[in-house]
Design a protein around this ligand. Structure first.
Ligand code: MEV
Length: 432
């Protein structure tokens, strides 16, 4: 990281931060005002993005700093309403950077489309017919979306799943055909939905079954990303606790989240604090990522932590996080939302695989920061400072008043909006 200009980023004014980004060539040479304008979603575009549009709903956009991923430096744009998420990500990234950064592994990007057939009279015959017709199915799918084939992607194979009737659940037996599709830089929902709808009648005709539907599956088990980090204990020591103690507590916290679904959900929520913020900022579909991530967390039959922290042979703390990340760098709102155009620029226009590497690393950073805080100081200490700032803003404080009200509020026994308003009133009276 070219530290000089971005140093103490959080202590600067918004304009100074933008100036620093321009000076460091992260942004095109433009004025601060031009930059701010360039992030605004024009009413005309918003009106075409959804139905019944009446306005736009804004989220703060911040930067995760200090990220070193596979040897590359990144400034990570994060859109989030939650205080402390970005501060936590920066802290974790700084520590992990001192330990050599994140390393990642990304599988081939293959997305899944499903066609479910019911009323199959002869299971064996239907399965054999579909297997024999694999080439034809792929041809029909690819003819329905030739442009992805021209770009080097397209449907590549099929997989069959038979689901038995379940009397208790009142569900029929189903033959489910998975169409595997390489969607290249796109998340691929439209490509896949076009393809599965095109093959649906053909599948009905060769199986004598009735299609319930053809649709993309957001459980993208063929599009997985993994991030790892290894942190020496000497950089883990904290407030009277040795690095070994902190490491062992983090490992225990991880074991708790693997064993207990109630803890696993909160642990994974912390991971998604980072992941969602980046997925939203890059114009991707956060609901698709959330749904897939939670299904993946339950793949053993029990909902568990998505991450795992263990001890390496040399005593280092090892962190690992894997999840499906079917994101894209083109298509959907990515190419039309000015905010998304900016975030892809600040990330250095990563391709979809690189974007997956960045997202999964951010998730691991977020998890490290959360559980390290939980097993040492607790999270309230840091949260209260940010909560005080939020209350100060809600009370009507502006400019310098925000820090003054927040500082005074933290000295109070009860930190609430009423007290914040009283402090602000007194501050303004004293200043007159
Ligand atoms: C809060 O948004 C997220 C945490 O609860 C995550 C966790 O408990 O690991 C701090």
């Amino acid at each position: 990281m070219r530290k000089s200009k971005l140093d103490r980023f959080y202590q600067r004014t918004i304009d100074e931060r933008i100036e620093a980004l321009i000076a460091e060539n992260y942004l095109e040479d433009q004025s601060i005002a031009e930059f701010k304008d360039s992030l605004i979603l024009p009413a005309e575009v918003a009106n075409h993005m959804i139905e019944n549009q009446i306005g736009t709903y804004h989220l703060p956009l911040g930067l995760g700093l200090h990220f070193l991923i596979d040897g590359n430096e990144y400034l990570i744009p994060m859109a989030t309403e939650e205080p402390s998420v970005i501060a936590a990500a920066c802290f974790a990234a700084k520590t992990i950077r001192r330990a050599g950064g994140f390393t990642t592994e990304v599988s081939e990007r293959v997305m899944i489309g499903q066609i479910a057939l019911k009323d199959i009279k002869d299971k064996v015959k239907a399965i054999d017919a579909v297997k024999a017709a694999e080439e034809e199915i792929i041809t029909i799918a690819n003819e329905a979306h030739p442009s992805i084939v021209k770009r080097g992607g397209g449907a590549c194979n099929i997989k069959l799943r038979w689901i038995d009737e379940d009397i208790e659940q009142d569900t029929p037996s189903l033959l489910v055909i998975h169409l595997h599709v390489k969607t290249l830089e796109a998340m691929g929902a439209n490509i896949i939905n076009t393809m599965v709808e095109a093959v649906k009648p053909y599948l009905e005709s060769i199986t004598d079954g009735k299609a319930i539907m053809g649709i993309l599956s957001n459980y993208a088990t063929e599009c997985l990303a993994t991030a790892r980090c290894h942190i020496p204990v000497d950089i883990l020591a904290r407030h009277g606790l040795s690095g070994i103690e902190v490491r062992d507590r983090i490992i225990e916290a991880s074991q708790f989240a693997i064993a207990d679904p109630y803890r696993a959900v909160t642990n994974n929520k912390g991971i998604m604090n980072g992941i969602d913020a980046l997925v939203i900022a890059t114009g991707n579909d956060s609901r698709a990522i959330e749904a897939g991530a939670h299904a993946y967390a339950a793949r053993s039959g029990q909902y568990r932590s998505l991450s795992k922290w263990t001890k390496a042979d040399n005593g280092d703390l090892l962190g690992e996080l894997s999840l499906p990340l079917p994101v894209g760098t083109v298509g959907g709102s990515i190419s039309i939302h000015p905010g998304a155009k900016f975030t892809h620029q600040i990330l250095g226009f990563p391709d979809a695989k690189q974007l997956e590497s960045i997202i999964v690393s951010l998730g691991l950073a977020q998890n490290f920061a959360a559980i390290r805080a939980l097993v040492t100081d607790g999270i309230q200490k840091g949260h209260m400072a940010l909560q005080a700032k939020s209350l100060a803003i809600s009370s009507g404080a502006t400019g310098d008043e925000i820090q003054k009200v927040a500082r005074a509020l933290r000295r109070e026994k009860h930190m609430n909006l009423k007290t914040a308003r009283e402090i602000l009133l007194k501050l303004r009276e004293d200043d007159q």
